[in-house]
Ligand binder design. Structure first.
Ligand code: ZN
Length: 340
């Protein structure tokens, strides 16, 4: 009995030694600012017989076939290597990194893998009516179906990936993310559906978000419940909230009705989750943001600019948007998609 116990102790001690003697290698990097285009990568905790590290790196959006290999030999500096997006045509987004160790005897061993993100700038485009302007209402709240089609075709031909808020977590995993949003819920948004259907192919899947003021549903110029349901089911549109009746939220107190009831009404109509919100007129204050956070994960404003996460408070509730107007030319449209 005593002998068995001794043997067990010896075995236990041996396992302990192995565990402590072989820390697992890890890929890490210098902290960098949101808009940086490079950082230094390290592999720490490599075993003593690793003499160099080969980094196999590819953009997640491009896949392993486009991987490049870089060599780092300075063990004192934890096999430091500068990853610069210039080496990948300055394309930002998520990168996959595989560290492979080359041992003294020349054999190779996988050490660690990790994912690192140089955030992409995300344009969130804002539209209202998709129709020819015939003199009623504000011209700048219209974009003609022909212009809209030219703009979506521009996105297609320039390699953009339209997303909806359900796929927010993919913004750095796809090429050139872009959000197409249409406010208010006009009946003429059915013209946008036709454009999407025409331009869809194997490679390009246009999708958009309709921010509907759902209390107006059923009025002649607005999308009906049946329209909203069929657009949601088409796979081309996500229906999200723009309140019940489009008030200036900084001047009301019935937040629960405008924010929660609108969300629940849309979810009942479409059978799909609502997680994004558009402030009517882009008006907001601290109170409005606080109330919006109770029911939504994202909220868009009309402040111009492209989104990139800076780590400031409530930035998901102050998302900027690029306003596409009736007179916006295709050159202006192209510039709107680029960071300043
Ligand atoms: Zn509106």
């Amino acid at each position: 009995m005593y002998r068995i116990l001794c043997m067990l102790l010896v075995v236990f001690a041996a396992i302990q030694t192995i565990v402590t003697a072989a820390p697992s290698a890890q890929v890490t990097w210098d902290a960098f600012r949101y808009n940086a285009a490079s950082t230094t990568i390290y592999t720490i905790n490599t075993s003593n017989n690793v003499k160099e590290v080969h980094y196999r790196i590819w953009r997640t959006a491009d896949g392993q076939k486009k991987a490049q290999t870089f060599t780092a030999k300075d063990k004192q500096r934890n096999f430091a290597f500068v990853l610069d997006t210039k080496q990948f045509q300055s394309q930002r987004g998520q990168y996959e990194i595989e560290a492979i160790g080359i041992k003294q005897n020349g054999t190779t061993a996988p050490l660690a893998t990790s994912a690192l993100t140089f955030q992409q700038y995300v344009p969130i485009l804002m539209y209202h009516s998709i129709d020819d302007f015939k003199g009623s209402g504000l011209e700048e709240l219209y974009v003609s179906p022909a212009s809209f089609e030219a703009q979506v075709r521009y996105l297609k031909e320039n390699g953009y990936t339209p997303l909806t808020f359900e796929r927010w977590n993919d913004i750095n995993r796809v090429n050139k993310p872009v959000f197409i949003t249409l406010d208010d819920g006009y009946k003429n948004n059915l013209n946008a559906l036709k454009v999407f259907q025409r331009l869809k192919d194997e490679r390009f899947q246009p999708v958009g978000t309709i921010f509907v003021a759902v209390g107006f549903t059923g009025r002649p110029k607005r999308l009906s419940e049946a329209d909203l349901r069929s657009m949601a089911q088409s796979g081309f549109f996500s229906i999200q909230s723009h309140t019940m009746f489009h008030p200036d939220l900084t001047k009301v107190t019935n937040y629960e009705y405008e924010l929660k009831t609108s969300k629940e009404t849309i979810e009942r109509i479409t059978g799909k989750p609502v997680m994004a919100f558009a402030y009517p007129y882009g008006f907001l204050n601290d109170k409005v943001v606080e109330e919006t956070k109770k029911y939504y994960k994202f909220a868009v404003t009309i402040r111009p600019g492209l989104f990139i996460e800076k780590g400031v408070p409530d930035e998901y509730y102050k998302l900027p948007r690029q306003f596409v107007r009736y007179g916006t030319t295709i050159e202006e449209f192209g510039r709107m998609l680029q960071p300043e």
